[in-house]
Design a protein around this ligand. Sequence first.
Ligand code: NAD
Length: 313
Amino acid sequence: MLVKGEKQWRVVKFADNRSYLCAMNILDGKIAAEAVKAALKVQVAERAAAGKKIPHLAAILVGNNGASATYVAAKVKACEQTGFISTLIRLEETVTQQKLLETIKGLNQDPDVDGILVQLPLPAQISEQEVIDAIDPLKDVDGFHPVNVGKMVLGVEGFVPATPLGIMLLLAHYNINTSGLHAVVIGRSNIVGRPMSILLSGNAQPGNCTVTLCHSKTKELTTHCQQADLIVAALGKPLFLKADMVKEGAIVIDVGITRIDDATRKNGFRLLGDVEYETVAPKCSWITPVPGGVGPMTIAALMKNTFLACSRK
Ligand code: NAD
């Protein structure tokens, strides 16, 4: 059993045939997220002391999906921790698209609200894309609006989706030099995989990777993964990435979160990532745990985006 914070040393043979002493380290999202939030808390206090506006995040939660409610609660809690104002708007599962769009319009027009997030997924009667399109791009702290997606692709300042941004912040926190690495991203969703591939290929640090974007129709996925220096697993298939798919010394980022029923747990479930951690971790130079890896960083990145939305005004 590998324990968080535990460091293991091993001899690793690289492509040039020389052997190096490598350590497997945990990319601890809880620690990095606390650092991001602590820095924001100081900046919020400075704004307050100067009589400036305090960041205000408005979150809309539709229906009673347990996981969504947990995520929104964690975001509201993070606002409290960092000194932000938060407003939680709960709407019935049966809410009409028109009612939801009117709610967003009201938040767009409210000068006190800096950031708006609509927790996904939404019920079937609602078009997610129309909802995303309705959010003012200047308040789109989830970074899903086409204007912000375009800005991210161009490398122009906008809002970057929270999960990929959180991963970039995590790599930066641990000072990992990704320049020139071959990165394999598994999953091409608009909220994780695709933006992740764009950020990792960007001319920045972290970034400057050569990226292969894999998806459900990719052939020879194992071969691609075996050649990767950095793997981001974001496909939502528990324990998908196995040890034989990962080369020695690779960096592995596990984005997946799947709830599995577990009667032995107080809450009735446990969380599984997309990586078979126990077997993969010993081969890695760096790896994220689940939970405690990408999840906390997603929230920290959302806070960072909300602070930006406020300070850009
Ligand atoms: P999604 O279902 O929208 O996309 C999954 C992607 O994986 C698709 O592009 C699909 O082509 C690809 N895929 C599916 N099966 C595959 C296979 N066998 N081989 C290769 N590719 C395959 O999912 P998503 O919204 O991107 O989320 C992915 C996972 O990340 C989920 O478990 C989700 O819960 C989790 N997630 C975590 C966070 C966090 O903060 N930690 C945030 C967002 C999503």
